[in-house]
Design a protein around this ligand. Structure first.
Ligand code: PGA
Ligand code: MG
Length: 232
């Protein structure tokens, strides 16, 4: 059914908000600013950690996002965020239900897999290694791997080209409007999970081709009756 499945990372494979919030608050505290709650921080996940930190800083310092951008505040602060997030990566993130079972079933069915995330490469690698799932993926495209990131279709087109899979034989699985826009722009079907971080909105608003309760639905579609597919 599909020769290649491309997965989003944050909010689709891994619940990363708890430790991202820890790192954001490590930095805000160091700056003498008030902390921000995890629920609000999770609505800023999607465009990479620099954008997320820009939003969090503006909110906490009660200044306009544009002002933070214009002042170049993140040029100064992102090296510190990197230190904090590196320490936090893998401490409080969790694989979502059925992820491990489904990746195993897909590999058994010889489906190729990729990660296409807007998270920066260094953190992406750390998160994948921390959860021991790096080896499932033929390709990992992070937010700073190529000249453009999601919702630009470039990362998806790059995967299709590199793995020599036509768009119609591929599937994108994500958690956000960004993923829907990316997949559509690349002509790839898009299924979405409802439990992730869709910029604070219900996933139905993004109108994916299908909303699936967990990624076990992907394994079931590809490898009907896969013995290890999770039924939770
Ligand atoms: O790091 C982010 O902001 C988003 O990451 P994602 O593309 O894996 O959801
Ligand atoms: Mg996501």
């Amino acid at each position: 059914m599909f020769d290649l499945v491309m997965f989003d990372l944050d909010g689709t494979l891994v619940q990363t908000a708890p430790e991202i919030a820890d790192a954001v608050n490590d930095l805000l505290r160091e700056q003498g600013l008030p902390e921000v709650g995890e629920d609000l921080i999770s609505t800023w996940i999607g465009h990479g950690t620099r954008e997320l930190m820009t939003q969090a800083y503006a909110f906490s310092a009660q200044i306009a996002v544009d002002t933070v951008r214009r002042a170049g505040t993140m040029d100064k602060l992102m090296p510190r965020f990197t230190v904090f997030y590196e320490q936090r990566c893998g401490t409080r993130s969790r694989l979502y239900p059925c992820v491990l079972e489904s990746l195993r079933a897909l590999r058994q069915a010889q489906v190729r897999m990729a990660v296409v995330t807007n998270k920066e490469q260094r953190f992406t690698t750390t998160v994948l290694m921390a959860h021991q799932i790096r080896h499932f993926f033929d390709m990992v495209i992070a937010g700073d791997t190529l000249a453009a990131k999601k919702p630009d279709p470039l990362p998806v087109r790059y995967c299709l080209d590199a793995l020599k899979v036509p768009a119609a034989r591929a599937l994108f699985v994500g958690d956000s409007q960004i993923d829907v826009d990316t997949a559509r722009a690349a002509g790839v079907p898009i299924w979405a999970v409802p439990y992730g971080y869709n910029l604070g909105h219900p996933i139905a608003q993004a109108r994916p081709d299908r909303i699936i309760p967990t990624i076990a639905a992907v394994a079931e579609a590809v490898a009907a009756g896969a013995p290890h597919a999770c039924t939770a």
